[in-house]
Design a protein around this ligand. Structure first.
Ligand code: ATP
Length: 286
Protein backbone atom coordinates (compact mmCIF):
# COMPACT_ATOMS: atom_id res chain seq x y z
CA UNK A 1 0.00 0.00 0.00
CA UNK A 2 2.79 2.36 0.80
CA UNK A 3 5.06 1.96 -2.17
CA UNK A 4 7.70 1.67 0.54
CA UNK A 5 7.70 -2.11 0.75
CA UNK A 6 5.28 -4.36 2.52
CA UNK A 7 3.56 -3.33 5.75
CA UNK A 8 5.67 -3.49 8.86
CA UNK A 9 6.13 -5.97 11.68
CA UNK A 10 3.61 -6.53 14.44
CA UNK A 11 3.44 -4.31 17.49
CA UNK A 12 5.44 -5.08 20.60
CA UNK A 13 3.33 -6.96 23.14
CA UNK A 14 2.67 -3.93 25.36
CA UNK A 15 1.46 -1.75 22.51
CA UNK A 16 -0.83 -4.44 21.15
CA UNK A 17 -2.19 -4.98 24.66
CA UNK A 18 -3.16 -1.33 24.90
CA UNK A 19 -5.68 -2.01 22.12
CA UNK A 20 -7.08 -5.08 23.93
CA UNK A 21 -10.84 -4.98 24.36
CA UNK A 22 -13.02 -6.22 27.09
CA UNK A 23 -14.75 -8.94 25.12
CA UNK A 24 -16.98 -9.78 28.06
CA UNK A 25 -19.71 -7.70 26.41
CA UNK A 26 -23.42 -8.16 26.40
CA UNK A 27 -25.36 -8.41 23.15
CA UNK A 28 -25.22 -4.65 22.42
CA UNK A 29 -23.46 -4.10 19.07
CA UNK A 30 -20.57 -1.65 19.09
CA UNK A 31 -22.47 0.63 16.69
CA UNK A 32 -26.25 0.56 16.24
CA UNK A 33 -27.84 2.60 13.44
CA UNK A 34 -31.58 3.10 13.74
CA UNK A 35 -33.87 4.67 11.13
CA UNK A 36 -31.24 7.24 10.26
CA UNK A 37 -32.52 9.96 7.95
CA UNK A 38 -30.95 13.11 6.52
CA UNK A 39 -32.19 15.38 3.76
CA UNK A 40 -30.44 18.06 1.73
CA UNK A 41 -33.26 20.13 0.27
CA UNK A 42 -35.22 17.69 -1.89
CA UNK A 43 -32.57 14.94 -1.71
CA UNK A 44 -33.02 12.24 0.92
CA UNK A 45 -29.37 11.27 1.32
CA UNK A 46 -30.20 8.62 3.95
CA UNK A 47 -33.71 7.26 4.28
CA UNK A 48 -34.50 5.37 7.52
CA UNK A 49 -31.29 3.34 7.35
CA UNK A 50 -30.78 0.74 10.10
CA UNK A 51 -28.01 -1.78 10.71
CA UNK A 52 -25.65 -2.99 13.44
CA UNK A 53 -21.87 -3.19 13.50
CA UNK A 54 -20.87 -6.04 15.85
CA UNK A 55 -17.76 -5.57 18.00
CA UNK A 56 -14.69 -7.13 16.40
CA UNK A 57 -16.12 -7.26 12.88
CA UNK A 58 -15.20 -5.70 9.54
CA UNK A 59 -18.30 -4.22 7.92
CA UNK A 60 -18.22 -3.09 4.29
CA UNK A 61 -20.58 -0.25 3.36
CA UNK A 62 -21.05 -0.12 -0.39
CA UNK A 63 -23.33 1.42 -2.99
CA UNK A 64 -23.20 3.32 -6.27
CA UNK A 65 -22.08 6.98 -6.40
CA UNK A 66 -24.35 9.25 -4.39
CA UNK A 67 -25.81 6.34 -2.35
CA UNK A 68 -25.14 8.13 0.97
CA UNK A 69 -22.01 6.37 2.23
CA UNK A 70 -19.86 9.40 3.00
CA UNK A 71 -22.90 11.21 4.38
CA UNK A 72 -23.23 8.37 6.89
CA UNK A 73 -19.61 8.81 8.02
CA UNK A 74 -20.18 12.55 8.26
CA UNK A 75 -23.14 11.99 10.58
CA UNK A 76 -21.15 9.67 12.84
CA UNK A 77 -18.28 12.13 13.08
CA UNK A 78 -20.78 14.96 13.66
CA UNK A 79 -19.96 16.95 10.54
CA UNK A 80 -23.61 16.55 9.48
CA UNK A 81 -26.71 16.65 11.65
CA UNK A 82 -29.27 13.88 11.07
CA UNK A 83 -32.92 14.84 10.68
CA UNK A 84 -34.18 11.79 12.55
CA UNK A 85 -33.16 8.36 13.78
CA UNK A 86 -30.20 7.51 15.97
CA UNK A 87 -26.64 6.16 15.96
CA UNK A 88 -25.53 4.56 19.23
CA UNK A 89 -21.92 3.74 20.04
CA UNK A 90 -21.56 1.36 22.99
CA UNK A 91 -25.17 2.14 23.82
CA UNK A 92 -24.71 5.92 23.82
CA UNK A 93 -26.32 8.17 21.21
CA UNK A 94 -23.69 9.97 19.14
CA UNK A 95 -26.08 12.55 17.79
CA UNK A 96 -25.66 14.98 20.66
CA UNK A 97 -21.92 14.45 21.16
CA UNK A 98 -19.83 17.45 20.02
CA UNK A 99 -17.58 16.68 17.03
CA UNK A 100 -14.38 17.22 19.04
CA UNK A 101 -15.35 14.49 21.54
CA UNK A 102 -15.89 11.74 18.98
CA UNK A 103 -12.23 10.64 18.95
CA UNK A 104 -12.12 10.52 22.75
CA UNK A 105 -15.13 8.18 22.70
CA UNK A 106 -13.11 5.75 20.57
CA UNK A 107 -13.95 6.53 16.93
CA UNK A 108 -11.33 7.55 14.37
CA UNK A 109 -11.61 7.98 10.62
CA UNK A 110 -9.69 8.46 7.42
CA UNK A 111 -10.96 10.62 4.57
CA UNK A 112 -11.84 9.96 0.93
CA UNK A 113 -9.48 12.78 -0.10
CA UNK A 114 -6.48 12.47 2.20
CA UNK A 115 -6.48 15.27 4.79
CA UNK A 116 -2.94 15.90 6.05
CA UNK A 117 -0.86 18.96 6.99
CA UNK A 118 1.38 18.90 3.96
CA UNK A 119 4.15 21.16 5.31
CA UNK A 120 4.61 19.14 8.46
CA UNK A 121 6.60 15.94 8.83
CA UNK A 122 5.05 12.50 8.67
CA UNK A 123 5.67 12.01 12.41
CA UNK A 124 4.05 15.34 13.34
CA UNK A 125 0.99 14.44 11.28
CA UNK A 126 0.67 11.12 13.09
CA UNK A 127 1.14 12.85 16.45
CA UNK A 128 -1.92 14.98 15.68
CA UNK A 129 -3.87 11.77 16.18
CA UNK A 130 -2.84 11.82 19.86
CA UNK A 131 -4.14 15.32 20.48
CA UNK A 132 -6.86 14.01 22.79
CA UNK A 133 -4.23 12.56 25.11
CA UNK A 134 -1.41 15.13 25.05
CA UNK A 135 -1.12 18.43 26.87
CA UNK A 136 -3.06 21.25 25.24
CA UNK A 137 -0.05 23.35 24.16
CA UNK A 138 0.05 22.90 20.35
CA UNK A 139 3.80 23.56 20.35
CA UNK A 140 4.22 20.24 22.17
CA UNK A 141 3.37 18.37 18.97
CA UNK A 142 6.25 19.97 17.14
CA UNK A 143 8.62 19.62 20.09
CA UNK A 144 7.61 15.99 20.41
CA UNK A 145 8.34 15.45 16.71
CA UNK A 146 11.79 17.00 17.22
CA UNK A 147 12.48 14.79 20.25
CA UNK A 148 12.83 17.85 22.55
CA UNK A 149 14.47 16.77 25.85
CA UNK A 150 12.07 18.80 28.04
CA UNK A 151 9.08 16.69 27.07
CA UNK A 152 7.12 14.89 29.73
CA UNK A 153 6.56 11.15 29.81
CA UNK A 154 3.20 11.31 28.04
CA UNK A 155 4.69 13.23 25.14
CA UNK A 156 7.68 10.91 24.81
CA UNK A 157 5.27 7.98 24.94
CA UNK A 158 3.21 9.54 22.16
CA UNK A 159 6.28 9.80 19.94
CA UNK A 160 7.13 6.14 20.58
CA UNK A 161 3.57 5.10 19.78
CA UNK A 162 3.50 7.21 16.62
CA UNK A 163 6.75 5.64 15.43
CA UNK A 164 5.44 2.19 16.22
CA UNK A 165 2.24 2.84 14.30
CA UNK A 166 4.27 4.10 11.32
CA UNK A 167 6.15 0.82 11.39
CA UNK A 168 2.87 -1.10 11.63
CA UNK A 169 1.59 0.50 8.40
CA UNK A 170 4.93 -0.08 6.65
CA UNK A 171 6.41 3.42 7.01
CA UNK A 172 9.30 2.96 9.42
CA UNK A 173 12.00 5.48 8.52
CA UNK A 174 9.48 7.96 7.05
CA UNK A 175 8.90 9.96 10.26
CA UNK A 176 11.16 12.91 9.46
CA UNK A 177 10.02 13.27 5.83
CA UNK A 178 7.90 16.29 4.94
CA UNK A 179 4.47 15.15 3.73
CA UNK A 180 4.37 17.36 0.64
CA UNK A 181 5.55 15.46 -2.43
CA UNK A 182 5.25 11.96 -0.97
CA UNK A 183 3.47 9.34 -3.15
CA UNK A 184 -0.28 9.02 -2.69
CA UNK A 185 -0.03 5.49 -1.26
CA UNK A 186 2.33 6.80 1.43
CA UNK A 187 -0.05 9.66 2.27
CA UNK A 188 -2.91 7.20 2.73
CA UNK A 189 -0.78 5.10 5.06
CA UNK A 190 0.19 8.20 7.09
CA UNK A 191 -3.48 9.05 7.51
CA UNK A 192 -4.17 5.51 8.63
CA UNK A 193 -1.35 5.67 11.20
CA UNK A 194 -2.77 8.96 12.49
CA UNK A 195 -6.17 7.32 12.99
CA UNK A 196 -4.65 4.26 14.68
CA UNK A 197 -2.48 6.18 17.12
CA UNK A 198 -5.65 7.58 18.71
CA UNK A 199 -6.30 3.97 19.86
CA UNK A 200 -9.86 3.92 18.62
CA UNK A 201 -12.29 1.11 19.16
CA UNK A 202 -14.06 1.77 15.86
CA UNK A 203 -12.12 2.71 12.73
CA UNK A 204 -13.97 4.36 9.83
CA UNK A 205 -12.20 4.05 6.48
CA UNK A 206 -13.62 6.16 3.64
CA UNK A 207 -12.50 4.68 0.30
CA UNK A 208 -9.05 3.59 1.52
CA UNK A 209 -8.26 1.91 -1.83
CA UNK A 210 -9.06 4.98 -3.93
CA UNK A 211 -6.05 5.93 -6.08
CA UNK A 212 -4.03 2.81 -5.18
CA UNK A 213 -2.67 0.33 -7.70
CA UNK A 214 -3.51 -3.39 -7.62
CA UNK A 215 -0.46 -4.35 -5.54
CA UNK A 216 -1.18 -1.59 -3.05
CA UNK A 217 -4.83 -2.65 -2.78
CA UNK A 218 -3.80 -6.23 -1.99
CA UNK A 219 -1.41 -4.94 0.69
CA UNK A 220 -4.14 -2.70 2.07
CA UNK A 221 -6.48 -5.67 2.40
CA UNK A 222 -3.89 -7.54 4.45
CA UNK A 223 -3.25 -4.47 6.58
CA UNK A 224 -6.96 -3.95 7.34
CA UNK A 225 -7.19 -7.61 8.38
CA UNK A 226 -4.21 -7.15 10.71
CA UNK A 227 -5.76 -4.00 12.17
CA UNK A 228 -8.89 -6.02 12.88
CA UNK A 229 -7.16 -9.12 14.23
CA UNK A 230 -3.97 -7.85 15.91
CA UNK A 231 -5.21 -4.47 17.14
CA UNK A 232 -8.70 -5.85 17.73
CA UNK A 233 -10.38 -2.89 16.10
CA UNK A 234 -13.86 -2.97 14.65
CA UNK A 235 -13.65 -1.58 11.11
CA UNK A 236 -16.35 0.09 9.03
CA UNK A 237 -15.10 0.54 5.49
CA UNK A 238 -16.72 2.47 2.63
CA UNK A 239 -15.23 1.28 -0.62
CA UNK A 240 -15.90 0.98 -4.35
CA UNK A 241 -13.21 -1.64 -4.85
CA UNK A 242 -15.46 -4.70 -4.77
CA UNK A 243 -12.73 -7.35 -4.64
CA UNK A 244 -11.30 -5.70 -1.55
CA UNK A 245 -14.65 -5.31 0.22
CA UNK A 246 -15.74 -8.84 -0.54
CA UNK A 247 -12.39 -10.28 0.58
CA UNK A 248 -12.19 -8.60 3.98
CA UNK A 249 -15.78 -7.96 5.16
CA UNK A 250 -17.62 -10.15 7.65
CA UNK A 251 -20.80 -8.35 6.67
CA UNK A 252 -21.72 -6.02 3.79
CA UNK A 253 -24.44 -3.36 3.84
CA UNK A 254 -25.57 -1.96 0.49
CA UNK A 255 -27.07 1.52 0.05
CA UNK A 256 -28.73 2.89 -3.06
CA UNK A 257 -30.22 6.40 -3.28
CA UNK A 258 -30.06 6.63 0.51
CA UNK A 259 -31.93 3.38 1.20
CA UNK A 260 -30.50 0.13 2.53
CA UNK A 261 -31.23 -2.42 -0.19
CA UNK A 262 -29.29 -5.42 1.13
CA UNK A 263 -27.29 -6.70 4.08
CA UNK A 264 -25.48 -10.00 4.50
CA UNK A 265 -22.27 -11.85 3.82
CA UNK A 266 -20.25 -10.98 0.73
CA UNK A 267 -21.63 -14.04 -1.03
CA UNK A 268 -25.23 -13.13 -0.13
CA UNK A 269 -25.10 -9.53 -1.31
CA UNK A 270 -23.27 -10.46 -4.52
CA UNK A 271 -26.18 -12.74 -5.41
CA UNK A 272 -28.86 -10.22 -4.39
CA UNK A 273 -31.08 -9.12 -7.27
CA UNK A 274 -31.58 -5.57 -5.96
CA UNK A 275 -27.82 -5.14 -5.59
CA UNK A 276 -27.13 -6.40 -9.10
CA UNK A 277 -29.76 -4.01 -10.46
CA UNK A 278 -28.39 -1.07 -8.49
CA UNK A 279 -24.93 -1.58 -9.94
CA UNK A 280 -25.82 -2.70 -13.44
CA UNK A 281 -29.16 -0.92 -13.94
CA UNK A 282 -32.55 -2.61 -13.84
CA UNK A 283 -33.56 -4.89 -16.67
CA UNK A 284 -36.14 -2.99 -18.74
CA UNK A 285 -38.40 -6.04 -18.85
CA UNK A 286 -38.68 -6.11 -15.05
P1 ATP B 1 -19.56 8.49 -3.64
O1 ATP B 1 -19.40 7.01 -3.72
O2 ATP B 1 -19.66 9.13 -4.99
O3 ATP B 1 -18.59 9.17 -2.73
P2 ATP B 1 -21.60 8.51 -1.56
O4 ATP B 1 -22.36 7.22 -1.50
O5 ATP B 1 -20.54 8.73 -0.56
O6 ATP B 1 -21.06 8.74 -3.04
P3 ATP B 1 -22.69 10.96 -0.56
O7 ATP B 1 -21.47 11.78 -0.81
O8 ATP B 1 -22.97 10.55 0.82
O9 ATP B 1 -22.69 9.65 -1.49
O10 ATP B 1 -23.94 11.75 -1.14
C1 ATP B 1 -25.29 11.27 -1.01
C2 ATP B 1 -26.22 12.31 -1.60
O11 ATP B 1 -26.26 13.44 -0.71
C3 ATP B 1 -25.78 12.84 -2.94
O12 ATP B 1 -26.93 13.09 -3.72
C4 ATP B 1 -25.05 14.12 -2.60
O13 ATP B 1 -25.12 15.05 -3.67
C5 ATP B 1 -25.86 14.61 -1.40
N1 ATP B 1 -25.07 15.43 -0.48
C6 ATP B 1 -24.07 14.99 0.31
N2 ATP B 1 -23.58 16.00 1.06
C7 ATP B 1 -24.31 17.09 0.71
C8 ATP B 1 -24.29 18.46 1.13
N3 ATP B 1 -23.44 18.91 2.04
N4 ATP B 1 -25.19 19.31 0.55
C9 ATP B 1 -26.07 18.87 -0.37
N5 ATP B 1 -26.15 17.60 -0.80
C10 ATP B 1 -25.28 16.72 -0.28
Amino acid sequence: MTGAGSAGRGLRAGAAASFERNTNNDAEPLLAVEDLTIRFGGIVALDRVSFDVPEGSILGLIGPNGAGKTTFFNIITRLYRADSGDVRFQGRSLLRVPAHEIVSLGIARTFQNVELCTRMSVLDNVLLGCHNKLATNPANFLLAGLGWPGLNGAERGAVAEAEEMLEFVGLSGFGSRVVQGLPFGVLKAVELARALVAKPRLLLLDEPAGGLNATEVAELGRLIKRINQELKLTVLVVEHHMNLVMAISDKVVVLDFGCKIAEGTAREVQADKAVIEAYLGADEDD
